[in-house]
Ligand binder design. Sequence first.
Ligand code: G
Ligand code: G
Ligand code: MN
Ligand code: NA
Length: 254
Amino acid sequence: ADLLEGLSAALAEQQLVVHYQPVISMSTGEVTSYEALLRWRHPERGLVPPVEFIPLAEDTGLIVPIGAWVLREAARQAVAWSAAAGRPIGMAVNLSPRQLADDDVVATVAAVLDETGLPPVQLTLEVTESVMVQDVDRVVDRLRTLRTLGVRIAIDDFGTGYSSLSYLRRLPADTIKIDRSFVIDLAQDGASRTLVSSIIELARSLQLDVVAEGVEDAAQRSVLQSLQCSHAQGFLFARPQPAEAQLPGQLDTA
Ligand code: G
Ligand code: G
Ligand code: MN
Ligand code: NA
């Protein structure tokens, strides 16, 4: 209850911050985009992890105004970084089931694109398979409508849902993000390697982009490279950090 009270004031009190983690092209080593990850600097508790407050924000509906704020911040940042880098830098923003169900979500995304001037193709909305626990037809319809704005859709945490393959057939998507639980023992475990290889193949045959998440060491990176995974994200390249800590497009991944 205490945390909840704090959360409803957090946005106005400017305690929320967006951190950014780069996504790397495996072929060039360049930063192609960033994922926006919300953080809460609680005045007494310090940094509260998203796993503690996002479910709360989700249950109370506070995620809707908070999410709109994240979207605006992240879009603005992508515009600034693209200008600084002299090339388009993408931005991925997580959308929770509650945000996707909100009837204003399409208008919110459209308004943010309009206000910030971010080219829609540079914005990716990440949804997990858990959005499918809602009315599937409505979710599919909503994602299609969002896509008509020109934004992209990524399926986050891919492979952890109960029925990833059947959802994949129905969800309008542009990108698959391979959950980090499959990446962890990639270099040691043949079964993980086979799974990741299959997901990459699947993405290729469906003409989807693929991002491996949670890449923490060079051995994982080299396996992913040998499997021709196009993009990767993880502590090996960079941790999520505030915007000021980033050097756009200049991450040394060699
Ligand atoms: O950054 P971290 O690994 O602690 O994030 C934990 C979870 O919180 C992830 O599942 C991530 O998708 C979610 N998350 C982080 N930022 C946002 C956000 O801005 N909106 C929503 N809906 N979820 C977020
Ligand atoms: O669920 P989602 O993919 O949106 O969550 C991303 C989360 O993964 C963030 O909280 C981020 O801090 C975390 N993360 C990103 N890279 C790594 C990594 O290399 N290792 C681990 N353990 N977590 C990571
Ligand atoms: Mn994500
Ligand atoms: Na994920």
